[in-house]
Write a new protein. Structure first.
Length: 271
């Protein structure tokens, strides 16, 4: 059983919803990332979603696009991100880490090399936004051989056929995009999310995490009522952006925000 599956099984036994923060590796500078990862775990994050900087992040809104730009200004590469995970693992061997990014950096590094290195350093899962299963069989095979979970996106526009296809290939968990649009955009409608999760759960046996549009403790608590995981990205990265000139303050600030979210999520659990 993978670390991701183990973590969700533990949370299910506790009746809890996972909290998954997203940050871009290397933002606002490389020295920030590993201490920030540890701070997020200390704030009771259950999994960490680590973004791989990319020059054209099509699924991301302006906030996360700028985070990639800041990281790329420091020449942070996919290899550097893998090194960061390796450094994180010297102190934390339990918290699952999922890399989220785009296909081009993986192609540059090479599928076999990426998968082998990711497995070696302690990556648990990979979400490649622009690599649908029908068009990435070689990558999928390499990742599976390395023991990595394959995390896929579903959206409000996903058809029954699409949901069924993702159910066949996904592992770890499925990421439901709660709004139409890029990260950080749109209005979160709990009723619409709950309605879409019903057909997803009929097809998908894996835990379902919900992200995009979760801005604060209130929205996190609302999503926790219907999802297995609450995924928060832009709201964290916005706080980091404001502290780019004082990066030493980022771990404490992000940690405090995550504690607010954690408390709100846990308050939804019936005693």
């Amino acid at each position: 059983m993978s670390r991701i599956a183990q973590r969700f099984e533990t949370l299910r036994g506790q009746g809890k919803t996972a909290l998954i923060p997203f940050v871009t590796a290397g933002d606002p500078g490389p020295p920030v990332t590993v201490p920030l990862m540890h701070a997020m775990v200390a704030a009771r994050a259950d999994l960490i979603e680590l973004g791989v900087p990319f020059s054209d992040p099509m699924a991301d809104g302006p906030v996360i696009q700028r985070a990639s730009e800041r990281a790329l200004a420091h020449k942070v590469s996919l290899s550097d991100v893998l090194d960061m995970v390796q450094a994180f693992r010297t102190q934390d061997t339990q918290t699952p880490v999922v890399l989220m990014g785009y296909l081009n950096p993986i192609e540059v590094l090479g599928y076999d090399r990426f998968a082998a290195r990711a497995g070696e350093v302690g990556v648990d899962g990979v979400l490649v936004v622009d690599a649908p299963p029908e068009e990435s069989r070689e990558l999928v095979e390499c990742l599976r051989q390395a023991g990595l979970d394959l995390v896929y996106l579903l959206a409000p526009t996903s058809t029954e056929a699409r949901i069924a296809k993702i159910a066949e290939v996904a592992s770890g968990f499925v990421y439901y995009v709660a709004i139409k649009g890029v990260t950080g955009a749109g209005h979160l409608d709990l009723d619409q999310v709950a309605a879409k999760l019903r057909p997803i759960r009929r097809r998908v046996a894996l835990p379902v995490g919900v992200g995009f549009g979760i801005r604060d403790a209130e929205s996190a608590a609302r999503i926790a009522q219907v999802a297995n995981a609450v995924i928060v990205g832009s709201a964290i990265v916005e706080r980091m952006e404001k502290l780019a000139a004082t990066p030493q303050d980022i771990p404490d600030t992000v940690g405090a925000f995550l504690r607010e979210l954690r408390a709100a999520i846990d308050a939804t659990v019936e005693p």
